[in-house]
Ligand binder design. Structure first.
Ligand SMILES: [Zn+2]
Length: 313
């Protein structure tokens, strides 16, 4: 069995985080940092979540309002400009990325325009969550926001994470924001960041890899991403798919089981899948354990997710 603790088993100490996966230090007195990505475009982070804002002639466009950044976003904007928030873009419907929008809106004298994909609006309408007010502007394929001498291009490329998760591109600043798909320097969150459609998720990573940008705002981790981070994650995903595929082909059903359990198909299959996942983890560990932060935390989840998708999708 691999040395990495399986799902449900506690580990004494997780693997150390590689230096290349850490972000710039954060001033503890502030609790956050901002990073200028190009003319008037900024990322704000507390080194776990990321939001983005763009200053234009008449105000500020904010993309995402994660609750962990709720206290920091107004301060970060005021560090740069005294202009009001005129627009809020939702990357997608998940509460951990936009769940502070309602509270922020309550503090603003003039309500900003909220823009999101139409699937996001449908998800939010069902949720009826006052923390996540419904968008007033929605789109299906593409939407260009031209405001105060700045430009953002919004586009939809299908269900790579959840329906309605969009790409937000600032062409002049050579920056792309896509949330919960790429994790610069890190293992993706468990089960490929809870992707609802694994083939769709793989296709979206290909799409991001084919695009031209200098900075990627990924919604999580301690630093902005680059093309090299996307290439690395793409390579990891190809290795994951190959390792899980090989393990499915080379693992025998029922091997080593108590003969009395062979009439229990659930047990036979659970035993098979456990051994498939163990082979997958063992195949990937030598190459990736030191390259991706938190490899050990989620590699079992990724192998189980991958084998399931290969069998069923
Ligand atoms: Zn999400």
């Amino acid at each position: 069995m691999p040395e990495i603790a399986t799902i449900g088993a506690r580990t004494g100490k997780y693997m150390d985080i590689p230096e290349s996966s850490k972000g710039p230090a954060i001033d503890p007195a502030k609790g956050y940092r901002i990073q200028e990505l190009g003319r008037g475009l900024y990322m704000v982070t507390e080194n776990v979540y990321q939001a983005m804002f763009m200053v234009h002639d008449k105000g500020v466009v904010l993309a995402d309002v994660p609750p962990p950044l709720a206290a920091y976003i107004p301060k970060a904007i005021r560090e740069v400009t005294g202009k009001p928030v005129t627009h809020i873009i939702y990357s997608h419907a998940h509460a951990d990325h936009i769940g502070a929008a309602g509270d922020l809106l309550a503090t603003l004298p003039k309500k900003p325009v909220i823009i999101a994909h139409e699937e996001t609006r449908a998800i939010l309408a069902r949720a009826a969550d006052p923390r996540r007010p419904l968008p007033g502007v929605t789109f299906r394929d593409k939407y260009t926001l031209k405001v105060g001498g700045q430009r953002l291009e919004l586009s939809y490329h299908g269900n790579g994470h959840e329906p309605g998760n969009i790409f937000i591109r600032a062409p002049e600043q050579r920056t792309l924001m896509v949330v919960d798909v790429i994790f610069p320097g890190w293992m993706p969150w468990r089960r490929l960041a809870l992707a609802q459609d694994i083939p769709g998720y793989f296709a979206q990573v290909e799409k991001i890899k084919s695009m031209d940008f200098d900075w990627l705002v990924s919604g999580h981790v301690a630093r902005a991403g680059t093309k090299a981070d996307v290439v690395a994650q793409h390579e990891f995903l190809q290795d994951l798919k190959a390792a899980a595929g090989k393990a499915l082909q080379t693992t025998a059903l029922g091997e080593g089981m108590d003969g009395r359990d062979k009439s229990n198909p659930w047990a036979v299959f659970d035993n098979y899948i456990d051994r498939v996942a163990a082979q997958c983890v063992n195949t990937l560990t030598p190459k990736w354990a030191s390259r991706l932060a938190a490899f050990d935390v989620y590699i079992w989840d990724q192998c189980f997710t991958m084998e399931q998708s290969l069998r069923l999708d």
